[in-house]
Design a protein around this ligand. Structure first.
Ligand SMILES: CCCCCCCCCCCCCCCC(=O)SCCNC(=O)CCNC(=O)[C@H](O)C(C)(C)COP(=O)(O)OP(=O)(O)OC[C@H]1O[C@@H](n2cnc3c(N)ncnc32)[C@H](O)[C@@H]1OP(=O)(O)O
Length: 218
């Protein structure tokens, strides 16, 4: 059936995993889940993805890496938990809250007025010609735009639309400044704008709508 049906059935709350609808009921923030080395583990995975993006292994080396990865996957298989209790996405002491799928960013300032973050697109975010893939730029805007909406509204919001205007090339491995703020709000609708700068140079701009979720809404 549809993804929405699966989503609802996979996000039921329990006493140990309380939440409403498709997002957590609260902005659950932690610094301990996964232990003190979790951030370094995520960083090593990112470094591995950087290497994979540029590596041209011999068949023998590829086979060796596959065997090593199978062992690592089997180790993690013993520790899998649901999304509500995973460290990923909740570790506010780590870049991008420890979420491996996001470009690593650090929030320098965040509140109802908006979010100011430093983001670095890694080598594995390569689009072509040595610069970032536009989709990864949109991912960064989505997460930090959603954060601006959530911090203003005091509850989670989902993206209804998100437009990115790519104004100039976005470099890799360079600290960039990404800002998001609620430009206007109307009921549950948060119209969020964003900018991405490399120094004074504007790389991209975002125009998005984030809708606050009603209690229990998936
Ligand atoms: C410092 C550390 C702090 C830590 C702190 C943690 C913070 C941690 C932050 C994480 C941040 C993650 C942020 C990721 C956010 C995603 O990526 S979410 C995933 C991508 N988005 C989706 O999958 C959404 C799919 N769509 C939906 O689920 C539903 O369409 C929506 C968006 C929830 C809206 O449905 P709904 O609630 O039923 O709303 P609905 O009644 O249809 O519309 C409400 C209003 O919005 C308007 N509207 C709805 N859709 C649209 C549209 N596309 N265009 C224009 N208008 C629209 C309607 O016309 C209506 O307007 P009014 O009549 O009120 O004037």
């Amino acid at each position: 059936m549809t993804g929405a049906t699966e989503q609802q059935s996979s996000t039921e709350a329990s006493e140990t995993s309380p939440h409403q609808g498709g997002f957590r009921a609260d902005f659950e923030v932690t610094t301990e889940r996964g232990g003190p080395s979790y951030g370094e583990m995520v960083e090593q995975v990112r470094t591995f993805m950087d290497k994979v993006r540029y590596a041209s292994p011999t068949p023998e080396l590829a086979d060796e890496v596959i065997e090593d990865l199978k062992k690592l996957n089997a180790k993690l298989d013993t520790t899998l938990v649901d999304e509500w209790t995973s460290p990923s996405g909740t570790r506010i002491d780590l870049p991008s809250r420890g979420n491996i799928t996001l470009p690593p960013y650090e929030v320098r300032n965040g509140g109802p007025e908006g979010v100011d973050a430093e983001v670095i697109f890694r080598r594995f975010h390569l689009g072509g010609n040595g610069v970032a893939h536009g989709g990864h730029v949109a991912v960064a805007f989505d997460d930090l735009g959603g954060m601006a909406a959530a911090l203003r509204a005091g509850r989670p919001a989902r993206t209804a639309y998100l437009t990115v205007n790519y104004r100039s090339l976005t470099p890799l491995e360079t600290p960039l400044v990404l800002r998001t703020w609620v430009h206007e709000h109307d009921g549950r609708k948060n119209f969020v704008r964003g900018t991405l700068h490399d120094g004074d140079r504007l790389c991209a701009e975002m125009d998005a709508l984030f809708i606050e979720l009603r209690p229990g809404q998936a």
